[in-house]
Design a protein around this ligand. Structure first.
Ligand code: UT7
Length: 331
């Protein structure tokens, strides 16, 4: 990327609600089996927010950890970006709710909606504010409670998703480290493959939309699957080329955690050795905007990522949107 100064992640945080929903639990809810879910998706269990818990509640928990780990004071944060497909409300922005809860008093705040690719989009956007010198500290959160928008009678979707949040404080880093490149893509002609049809201005809520279950996630899984493999591979190749690196230079590959077969497909096409791949999909399912920061944070906590390591991230989501990022880890 064309930068005036280098930008990276100063601190990360993540949080998942404690309630676990296992595949065995799901067997009691829909016509499915642990065997089907495990072999077709790689998911064993996911976390589910309690009723009354909103996206901002998870986001605040993750952001508190990220802020603490960054050593930055809330008063130093100048912008809050919340990436989510399951905001607390259509408006006000969930980012403003998070800003208020964390007493970040001198900051702008907005939501960014790019499906599951939201976190990569939001970090990319944040990086530009910092790169050009307008801001020193930007808080990015990727948080979801998609469980509230799932049709628990639709076995093709309800087994996939989980709730969670991740957060990153973005700021200037030593030259040559931090975000080396990013790529963002979208093809709106594929929007109907993964959508929540009602509740917006096109189809406002009504008795009929509720009766027809149009406020739930609808997905043509097979088609999203095909796009996901192609676009995550493409994004990886673009960001590697932009940063002047090859797959051999990569220390860790952390893809969006949607389906282990997608991840294995991309990993194989890219020739990423297995030991460089990090996944935690089996424990959390697809947490959409939270999936990359949840995995990144966990890998960091386990001591797998060290200063100077090259981390490759890729994602795909509703839109369809996709993206990639290469980070030279700066702490
Ligand atoms: O974050 C990005 C967005 N989402 C994704 O990346 C998801 C991408 N897609 C997928 O992960 C996969 O397409 C799914 C996991 C959703 C589905 O797996 P699949 O291998 O593509 O299965 P399918 O949709 O082709 O369905 C195969 C069979 C069908 O039965 P028939 O018609 O062959 O008799 C389904 O009805 O599996 C059946 N099926 C299930 N069976 C047991 C679908 N869901 C289930 C289930 N349990 N939960």
């Amino acid at each position: 990327m064309t930068t005036v100064r280098s930008v990276g992640i100063l601190g990360l945080g993540a949080y998942a609600p404690p309630k676990v929903l296992s595949n065995a639990d799901l067997e009691k809810v829909v016509d499915t089996s642990d065997e089907w879910i495990t072999t077709r998706t790689g998911i064993k269990e996911r976390r589910i927010a309690e009723s009354g818990t909103a996206t901002s509640d998870l986001a605040v928990q993750a952001a508190e950890i990220a802020i603490k780990n960054s050593g930055v004071k809330p008063s130093e944060i100048q912008l809050v970006i919340a990436a989510t497909a399951s905001p607390d409300m259509l408006f006000p922005p969930t980012a403003s709710i998070v800003q208020n809860r964390l007493h970040i008093s001198n900051a702008g705040a907005f939501d960014l909606e790019a499906g599951c690719t939201g976190f990569l989009y939001a970090v990319s956007v944040a990086s530009q504010f910092v790169a050009c010198g307008n801001y020193e500290r930007v808080l990015v959160v990727g948080a979801e409670v998609l469980s509230k928008f799932l049709d628990w009678e639709d076995r093709s979707t309800c087994i996939l998703f989980g709730d969670g949040a991740g957060a990153a404080v973005v700021g200037p880093v030593p030259e040559g480290t931090g975000i080396l490149s990013f790529h963002l893509g979208s093809d709106g002609s594929t929007g109907e493959l993964l959508c929540m049809p009602a509740g917006g201005s096109q189809m406002p809520p009504s008795r009929k939309t509720v009766e027809e279950k149009l406020h739930y996630v609808k997905m043509k899984g097979n088609e999203v699957f095909r796009h996901a493999i192609v676009k995550m591979e493409e994004s990886a190749r673009i960001v590697l080329e932009k940063s002047g690196l090859t797959i051999d230079d990569i220390s860790h590959y952390i893809p969006h955690q949607a389906n282990i077969r997608i991840i294995e497909g991309v990993t194989k096409r890219l020739n990423v050795p297995e030991h460089k791949l990090y996944t935690n999909l089996s424990s959390y399912g697809n947490t959409s905007c939270a999936s990359i920061p949840l995995a990144l944070y966990e890998a960091l906590q386990k001591g797998k990522i060290r200063r100077g390591d090259i981390v490759l991230l890729t994602s795909v989501g509703a839109g369809l949107t996709w993206g990639g990022m290469v980070i030279k880890w700066n702490y």
